[in-house]
Design a protein around this ligand. Structure first.
Ligand SMILES: [Ca+2]
Ligand SMILES: [Ca+2]
Ligand SMILES: [Ca+2]
Ligand SMILES: [Ca+2]
Length: 215
């Protein structure tokens, strides 16, 4: 009987694995307590980043519970709206997904917005060539943007359809959302989150978690 139970459990795990494998692609949930590997995140501008312990819960909250023990806290100040950002390399065929999702923990004191930037390869070389003379904008590949406002304390789940993103470099890339790994294209290669303050001079302080592609 015990053996049967184990076998059943194993089949269940396999099924669960198969379902989760196809229902989302996890970029990062920071549960390894480290943002410098698997995947590695970079920072730019005046934004600091550290993995933080998530606050303990006072009431049931399924989304906060799904954020586990750790998230990535990002904070910094500005005198002219733009604070800075964080980014990571993806390298994924995103054509089987339709949404970008993240959980965002804000602050009552400091507000602002996050610009979500997605870069997909249009010249079939598994790389986003950037122009250092032009603010590191892509030279051959599409760059897609969407913006979300940061709410107050607690985790807010943001789920954006890819159709909500707009190509911000017409004439560069093919201006078509085609993040598939096909004919030598590397698909969706890069993600950046850019923080913009609500006030021209101010601070920002928020956490991100459960960044994934889904449908
Ligand atoms: Ca987490
Ligand atoms: Ca490219
Ligand atoms: Ca374009
Ligand atoms: Ca494209």
């Amino acid at each position: 009987m015990k053996k049967f139970g184990l076998a059943l459990g194993f089949v269940f795990l396999l099924a669960l694995g198969a379902v989760s494998q196809f229902s989302f692609y996890l970029v990062d949930n920071f549960e390894d307590g480290d943002f410098t590997k698997s995947p590695k995140w970079w920072r730019f501008g005046n934004l600091g980043a550290e993995v933080r312990q998530n606050p303990s819960l006072e009431a049931r909250d399924l989304i906060a519970e799904s954020c586990g023990d750790y998230s990535l806290k990002v904070s910094g100040g500005t005198t002219n709206w733009y604070v800075g950002g964080v980014g990571t390399n993806l390298g994924v065929d995103a054509s089987r997904f339709s949404r970008f999702q993240l959980d965002l923990y804000g602050s009552h004191e400091w507000r602002g917005k996050i610009i979500i930037e997605l870069f997909e390869d249009d010249n079939q070389n598994y790389s986003i060539e950037q122009d250092p003379q032009n603010n590191y904008e892509p030279i051959y590949d599409d760059k897609w943007l969407a913006e979300v406002n940061i709410q107050g304390q607690g985790f807010t789940r943001i789920s954006l359809p890819f159709t909500a993103f707009r190509d911000v470099n017409p004439g560069v890339g093919d201006d078509i959302w085609n993040p598939e790994e096909k004919d030598g294209s590397g698909g969706l290669l890069k993600l950046q989150l850019v923080a913009i303050s609500e006030k021209q001079e101010g601070e920002m302080d928020f956490s991100i978690d459960n960044i994934l592609l889904t449908y």
